[in-house]
Write a protein that binds this ligand. Sequence first.
Ligand SMILES: Nc1ncnc2c1ncn2[C@@H]1O[C@H](COP(=O)(O)OP(=O)(O)OP(=O)(O)O)[C@@H](O)[C@H]1O
Length: 307
Amino acid sequence: MSVRDGAATMATNAGGGGGGGGWSNDPDDRMYLLQIYPRLAAQSSTCCNLRVQKNATTASVIADAAAALGLDPDCLYVLAEVKESGGEEWILEAGDLPVQRVLLWPRKAQEQHPQSFGFYFLLQERNHDGSIHYVHLPPLSKEQEVQRLAARGFLPPPQDDFADLCNLPVLSEDSILNNLRTRFYKKKIYTYAGSILVAINPFKFLPIYNPKYVKMYEKHQLGKLEPHIFAIADVAYYAMLRKRVNQCIVISGESGSGKTQSTNFLIHCLTALSQKGYASGVERTILGAGPVLEIIISRMMTEQATE
Ligand SMILES: Nc1ncnc2c1ncn2[C@@H]1O[C@H](COP(=O)(O)OP(=O)(O)OP(=O)(O)O)[C@@H](O)[C@H]1O
């Protein structure tokens, strides 16, 4: 492929990574900005900014880039599309449409594509025997790739903890325990698994059970706020009012895990919700019945086990 006059393109400034916005308002003659980096024997650090139409071919883009960069028109050049995130460098055919490639890149890299974004075009000479020198960029691990894309703003920053275990990118015993541990160290003792609440006993008082929290979780859709036992109480309470059907909250866990304490928090929230006044004699009565109920239930279970 030799350099020839480009039919569809207009060369603008050579040099610098800027180049202004590349999009015209009229969809028919919309111009797209291509930033092309030369990788030549006589290396220059300048980049060439071209404004081209959507149907500009690789051949015409090469011709314009060579003209804009003042390169020898008798030499053979190729245009390579670089996608660092995939460790990929792809030589375009003469008839390929570079703008179509750009439109498949992450949005941020579409209007401006400086090399630092990892998506760009390279202009390089063909070898003397006509062959093309492919360069394989060192492949990135999945983790590195995600980090780089996040650093460049193509992906949201990686989360180090998830309020709902269902959102974990990898679901395994390790990832679940790591997530619960990370949250626990941040004093987040509650985590959802869908509509189930996992609670880890902090063995110390946390200031997250005062009336302000009852109010905050009232009539809130599960999952909208940080996981909390009051959110479970609230969902059960309003489901009972709406459906006019008794609701049941199952609390399970090993001895000392905090079942009694969680029951107390639930009763506290339920009585507050039902009375709309937060000092309640009803709460005291129900809480007082708790130990009696516990003895009855434990007795029933022992009897069942011995039958
Ligand atoms: N959310 C919490 N915040 C502060 N302390 C807690 C919390 N949950 C549990 N605890 C404390 O942990 C201890 C054990 O809790 P609890 O008695 O509720 O466990 P349990 O699961 O009911 O135990 P068992 O099954 O043996 O009756 C208690 O001293 C309790 O105050």
